[in-house]
Design a protein around this ligand. Structure first.
Ligand SMILES: C[S@@+](CC[C@H](N)C(=O)[O-])C[C@H]1O[C@@H](n2cnc3c(N)ncnc32)[C@H](O)[C@@H]1O
Length: 192
C-alpha cells in the first residue's frame, strides 16, 4: 500500500471527494448522522470525513486511522480538525485496529475495501472490535469493467450484490443500502 503513502494521493482524494463523489458523500453523510458513541474511520486519509463524523450529535469519540505515514497528511488532518476532539492514528492498518475487542460502536470504511486482495483480513478485525449491535458503514466505487478505473482496485464492485456477497461471507448483513451510478453505500450489522 506504498502507493498511498504520499501527499499527492491525499490531494487527489480530496479533489475527487469534492467533484466526482458529491452524491455519494451526501448519502454517506446521511448514514453517518445515525451513528453514535465511539466511531472509527478506517482509511481516513487527511481526515475530511472523520471531521464530519465528529460533528454528529451522538458521536462521543471520533478516531481516524490510516496506513499512510505522510507527515503532511497528518498535519493537514490535524489542522482542519482543530478543536473537534478527533484522534488520528497514522501508520496503522484497519486489519490490525489497536483497540479492545467489542469496544467500538461503529466503523466507517469509505473507498478502502476495494484495495484488499483478501477482504476477510480487514472485515475480521472490524468484527472483532465492533460491539454486538455495532454498525459498519461501507462505501465502495462502482466499476463496470475489469481494471477500468485503477489497477490498484483489487476487488471490482459492479453492483450492490457484489458488496453484499462479500459482507455476507464475512458475517455482516446489510440493513440499509444505496446504489448510485458511481458508488455503493451500505450500513451493515455483524451477525457473527
Ligand atoms: C482511496 S483513499 C479513500 C480515503 C477516504 N476514506 C475517502 O473516502 O475518500 C484510501 C485510503 O485508505 C488507506 N488505506 C489503505 N489500506 C489501508 C489499511 N489496511 N488500513 C487503513 N487504511 C488503509 C489509504 O492510505 C488511503 O488513505
Amino acid at each position: 500500500m506504498g502507493y498511498y503513502n504520499s501527499l499527492y494521493i491525499a490531494v487527489k482524494t480530496e479533489i475527487s471527494q469534492r467533484i466526482n463523489r458529491r452524491e455519494e458523500l451526501r448519502i454517506l453523510q446521511g448514514f453517518i448522522q445515525g451513528l453514535s458513541g465511539t466511531v472509527i474511520e478506517i482509511g481516513c486519509n487527511a481526515g475530511y470525513l472523520t471531521g464530519k463524523i465528529a460533528l454528529v450529535g451522538n458521536v462521543t469519540h471520533a478516531i481516524g486511522i490510516d496506513t499512510n505515514k505522510s507527515r503532511a497528511v497528518a498535519i493537514l488532518a490535524k489542522i482542519r480538525n482543530l478543536g473537534s476532539g478527533v484522534k488520528f492514528m497514522y501508520g496503522v492498518s484497519g486489519a490490525k485496529i489497536p483497540v479492545e475487542d467489542r469496544s467500538v460502536d461503529a466503523i466507517v470504511l469509505s473507498h478502502v475495501l476495494e484495495h484488499f486482495v483478501n477482504p476477510t483480513e480487514i472485515l475480521a478485525d472490524i468484527s472483532r472490535v465492533l460491539k454486538r449491535d455495532g454498525q459498519l458503514v461501507v462505501a465502495v466505487p462502482k466499476e463496470k469493467y475489469l481494471g477500468e478505473f485503477t489497477p490498484d482496485h483489487k476487488i471490482l464492485f459492479r453492483s450492490l450484490a457484489d458488496l453484499e456477497r462479500i459482507l455476507d461471507a464475512n458475517g455482516f448483513k446489510a440493513i440499509e443500502a444505496r446504489e448510485i451510478a458511481r458508488a455503493i453505500v451500505v450500513v451493515a450489522k455483524s451477525v457473527a
